[in-house]
Design a protein around this ligand. Structure first.
Ligand SMILES: Nc1nc2c(ncn2[C@@H]2O[C@H](COP(=O)(O)OP(=O)(O)O)[C@@H](O)[C@H]2O)c(=O)[nH]1
Ligand SMILES: [Mg+2]
Length: 447
């Protein structure tokens, strides 16, 4: 987890370099690869629209600006950590706008993950007299912040009267739309679901039916208030932001005490217990609610980098499997099998680079050989090619004296999936081999 976190910046840099790397690799393929195949590789990979869009997202994203409104203790700070999957301290000094609001940045190293405007909500304003002017001042602050999305946080464990906050948001949304000519998307998040009875079930997958039903009743209750007040929202969801943290040496620590820890411990906090409930769904909802492409991508980069990587890798895998199948439309004679091997090695190497690792084509070949239980060390590639029958039989039994289109496509896809589970999901070699066998069987049964 922590390892994951530290590598975000490096991984993004690697992914940005991906196109350059892919181009270079194709340019430097051994002469034995026909010009036609090279061109197909280049055109298909570098010209792919979906891949381009994903790359664009990496290139041009900005931290999403999130406006959080909810009473003290409802879990606003915890939600930010839950969304990021790590303890993201507020590094920047909080800028106090009004007595009720402050702005801070969540950071991972030097990288800003999110800009947050945090407010206790209008219900907590001191006096009624103050309320009207405080409200106007707050609306001014929020409009200056121009949030991409507003999150109203409510508490699942007691049914508060939240009408004043709902009315406030309604007024805010109207002004926001007038000033910015786009609507302010509002998402309602009902937190602390884990504390609903029976409270002993904290692990989301173990929530019993009666707990879920009680949670849903609260959702209906709040929904009623929102509808009666005429506030338009994008969505409403019940969640738990519960995460217990521990120091790198395994000491569990109360959230309240985190600030007292040595800085090293704060920077390296780990998840001791993950009680997060429906946070992935909330991320989907937020991504959908945020209208700005760059902010949407920013949210993804902050919260779901591994998913982004997996998506790109999957897409690459399909492209390479397609190319492999195409070049084998005329069955590839065993003596030319290295064309396929090189293609697969390029695929493995690109997948590794997405995971933040820089591996050579030779290392990629080693990886492929090991899938067939063959140690490739020291073999010249040509030599391996001469042994291709043996290799093929180990990797794809029954491929015979020539490689058909289906075998080539399925085989490449299986190698790609194996590379993903090794380099992206950090599985052990044994697990990867198992995965490889499964993928092979899958593709065999699809033939
Ligand atoms: N059980 C449980 N506790 C939570 C949850 N979210 C926050 N808390 C706890 O509630 C307290 C207040 O949370 P905090 O994020 O500081 O609330 P904020 O004042 O809205 O920022 C802290 O002790 C958190 O650990 C949750 O989903 N479940
Ligand atoms: Mg807070």
């Amino acid at each position: 987890m922590k390892d994951d976190k530290m590598k975000i910046e490096q991984r993004l840099q690697n992914m940005k370099k991906f196109y350059v790397k892919a181009g270079d690799m194709i340019d430097n393929l051994p002469d034995a690869i026909p010009e036609k195949t090279r061109r197909m590789l280049k055109d298909t990979i570098l010209g792919d629209k979906d891949l381009k869009k994903l790359m664009e997202g990496i290139e041009s994203h900005r931290p999403p600006r999130i406006f959080l409104i909810g009473r003290t203790g409802v879990g606003k700070s915890s939600l930010v950590n839950a969304l990021c999957g790590s303890y993201v301290a507020k590094v920047s000094d909080t800028v106090s706008c009004t007595e009720n609001a402050n702005i801070y940045q969540c950071k991972d190293g030097d990288r800003v993950l999110m800009d947050i405007l945090d407010t206790r909500g209008i219900a907590e304003s001191e006096s009624l007299d103050n309320k009207v002017s405080a409200e106007d001042a707050l609306i001014k602050d929020i409009n200056e912040f121009t949030p991409d999305v507003a999150i109203l946080m409510l508490n699942c464990t007691h049914r508060d009267d939240v009408s004043s906050d709902v009315q406030f948001l309604k007024k805010l949304a109207r002004q926001y739309a007038e000033i910015n000519s786009i609507k302010l998307p509002i998402v309602v998040v009902i937190n602390k679901c884990d504390e609903m009875a029976p409270t002993r079930y904290k692990t989301p997958s173990e929530y019993p039916q009666n707990k879920i039903e009680k949670i849903n009743e609260v959702v209906q209750y709040y929904k009623g208030i929102i509808v009666r007040n005429g506030l338009k929202i994008e969505n409403i969801i019940s969640v738990s932001a519960l995460i217990d943290w521990m120091t790198p040496d395994g000491m569990e620590i109360d959230v309240e005490d985190i600030a007292n820890l040595p800085q090293y411990d704060i920077d390296n906090l780990q998840i001791a217990f993950d009680g997060r409930y429906r946070i992935e769904e909330l991320l989907d909802i937020l991504e959908e609610a945020i209208l700005d492409f760059e902010a949407q991508m920013g949210l993804r980069m902050a919260a779901r980098l591994t998913e982004v990587v997996r998506r790109i890798a999957n897409h690459l895998n399909n492209i390479f499997a397609g190319i492999s199948a195409t070049i084998a439309l005329t069955p590839i004679p065993v003596s030319d099998i290295y064309i396929l091997l090189i293609l697969q090695a390029v695929l493995v190497s690109l997948i590794a680079s997405l995971s933040g690792r820089d591996i050579s084509i030779d290392t990629a070949k080693e990886f492929i050989f090991s899938m067939g239980g063959i140690a490739g060390t020291g073999f010249a590639f040509r030599l391996i090619a001469q042994q291709a029958s043996k290799f093929l039989n180990a990797v794809w039994p029954g491929s015979g004296s020539a490689v058909s289109s289906a075998i080539a496509g399925g085989g490449t896809a299986a190698i790609g999936k194996a590379a993903m589970s090794y380099y992206i999901d950090d599985k052990t070699m044994d697990e990867v081999k198992k995965k490889f066998e499964e993928s092979k069987e899958e593709s065999a049964s699809n033939k």
